[in-house]
Design a protein. Sequence first.
Length: 406
Amino acid sequence: MSRKNRKVVRRIYLAGMSSGIVMCLLILLLLQVFQVIPKWWSSELADDIKEKASVVEQYIDKYYWKSDVSDEKIASYAAKGMISALGDKYSAYYTTEEMEEVMGGVNGDYAGIGASVSLDRTTNKKYITSIQEGKPAEKAGLKVNDEIQKINGESVAGKSLSDTVSMIKGEEGKTSVLTIARTEDERTVQKEITVTCEKIVNQSVSIKMLAGNIGYLQIKNFDNETTAQFRAGVDKLEEQKQKGMIVDVRDNGGGSLSAVVDVLDRLLPAGKLITEKSKTKGDMSYESTDEEHFDKPLVVLINGNSASASEVFAGTLQDREAAALVGVKSFGKGIVQTIFSLEKSCGGGIKLTTGEYFLPSGRSIHEKGLTPDVESEYTGTSNELGAEDDNQLKKALEIMEAKLEK
């Protein structure tokens, strides 16, 4: 490396360090306000950081060679760096725009196209796996099993699933051109489809009646809309005289604790559901009220992408001996994240891990996952769970039929 290039690198390094230190001070003060700062982060340490930040900032002002990076962006990324220093992949700092998207997921409404996208873990290809009726994706002509290849001309081949979805979602009125590959008449054709975002109420629950009057209810995630949708789904299956119910939480990455507690309360008689242990709240136990419960056989489908709230759901039913679990070992995320809004201070928000879940028996899910009662690897070729070639669902039906025969 030339002397000139070494100087450039050194300046960039000093710039990043200074920005990080300055933002650390701000975040430290904010964390103190929200009372989530460790006791060992004393005011003496804050003073020391402030002194160093002041010195380094002078170097940036005098020597840093670029001026096209906004202060807001530098500050936001410095805050992200501070949270990442905790070494916890589940904690994060969110910019204002990111915070809006996160809260949309929690609340169950967002600006999007009304379609779910999943990742084929073998090929890293992204496919449309479900489409809401009457929403932009359906209106534009997208179909289940369409492979998304490009968005606005940019390939998604090397991108993560979350980055791909973020390229499509956005504010109401945002328009994207999706280049998709579709199988038609036994040949693959490429199409460009233009789709525009609008406000979507997330449909996290879907139902259908299977052969033999076995109800099938899929929960894609737990948000603030899930409880009402779950209750309505169960009621509709009951009206259709279901004999038992298969609940599918495969690929359900979790979500709201209050939502999963409400759903479990609908299914289980009085008793312990879950205990949450945290620094600020101590031990908090949640119990079912016995105002109503489900008195027919239950089978729950899980897989390696069933995490957090979906593991609480499946694990509690397993501990209470209310359901048989079918599939493969779940993800193993049994810790609690709390989101703190910084809207009234610097904007954005912070998500911090604040506790751990324990199932009714006292066992922890974290980094262990749930072992199904009946193991079954997925061998289907469809990108849509619950399709005709879904062998795990077929196994769940076998277990259900055995339960009904007893």
